[in-house]
Design a protein around this ligand. Structure first.
Ligand SMILES: CC(C)(COP(=O)(O)OP(=O)(O)OC[C@H]1O[C@@H](n2cnc3c(N)ncnc32)[C@H](O)[C@@H]1OP(=O)(O)O)[C@@H](O)C(=O)NCCC(=O)NCCS
Length: 260
């Protein structure tokens, strides 16, 4: 290889790396996500899952020590770094408490798994007839016997220990026993493989609708109008949302998400 060719190849490698980094940064700034809306009947008992035997399930209805003791929900190393600066860390903790207090005040419930003194995972459930998810921008319209599950979160130190599956199982089993809710809905980002596996493969949720959202700076999001597929489903605006009977299995059957 001549010197000129070597130089050109170095330049094109650098350019390719810069494009990749630039693309990733741009996607953090603004991007469109495909979101799978999934549902499951509560009549079928959830499977028994393998998990860390230390895990204990709590049902949380008020801002008690279990929710209060949880560390920050952070997957970005940069936010972790910022949280180490004391006043900012305090501010983030206070914001999380406010957000959890708001959820509990609306009547939402949390199912929390602890491992010793640690909070390992949680999942939340809402019985409100109309739910707007600030994170994804999605709007759910629910029937009186339906519930919306959200914010399934396994704290990073407890990932892949079965903690996520443990709280999902606890929630589904509790709803089944109480008998007030006959169907639950939630959503999964198309490319969130761990959550796709957990929700669909392990717990048998089925796709009922697909929608797109537009997200800016990973903080502001809007459900894009007319992207609901099919048009009738829990993420459609009324009156389309309430026209979705009869509910058997999945309303949506074609082209389900690839998990590999
Ligand atoms: C999705 C999430 C809750 C999974 O929780 P977890 O505690 O790591 O998962 P579990 O250990 O309970 O694993 C459950 C199943 O998922 C699968 N799984 C877990 N992590 C996986 C990974 N990184 N890749 C592929 N599959 C994975 C496991 O195979 C397991 O199935 P198995 O028991 O048959 O082996 C967790 O990754 C998380 O908190 N992610 C960030 C937040 C998020 O994406 N929440 C959901 C949307 S709001």
């Amino acid at each position: 290889m001549t010197r000129g060719e070597a130089e050109r190849s170095r330049c094109s490698t650098l350019l390719a790396k810069a494009r990749k980094v630039g693309g990733a940064m741009l996607r953090r700034l603004v991007c469109i996500h495909t979101i799978d809306v999934v549902g499951r009947s509560t009549a079928t008992a959830p499977p028994t899952v393998r998990c860390d035997p230390q895990l204990v399930l709590h049902q949380v209805t008020s801002l008690d020590s279990v929710v209060g003791a949880a560390p920050g929900q952070r997957d970005w190393p940069i936010i972790d770094l910022v949280a180490r600066i004391r006043p900012l860390g305090r501010r983030l903790r206070a914001r999380r408490r406010e957000r959890n207090a708001e959820r509990l005040a609306k009547g939402d419930l949390a199912y929390v798994a602890t491992a010793g003194a640690d909070v390992a995972a949680w999942i939340w459930v809402s019985r409100e007839p109309s739910v707007h998810c600030r994170w994804s921008g999605l709007h759910f319209s629910l029937e009186p016997d339906e519930a919306y599950i959200y914010d399934l979160w396994s704290f990073p130190a407890h990932r892949a220990t079965g903690a996520g599956a443990f709280v999902m199982q606890g929630l589904l089993e509790d709803l089944r026993r109480r008998g007030e809710v006959s169907r639950v809905y939630g959503y999964i980002l198309r490319d969130n493989r761990p959550n796709q596996v957990l929700t669909r493969v392990v717990f048998g949720f089925e796709q009922v609708q697909r929608v797109k959202d537009l997200r800016v700076l990973s903080r502001l999001a809007w459900q894009l109008p007319f992207t609901e597929d099919p048009r009738v489903g829990p993420c459609s605006r009324p009156p389309l949302a309430s026209r979705r009977r009869p509910r058997g299995g999945a309303v949506y059957s074609a082209d389900s998400a690839r998990l590999s």
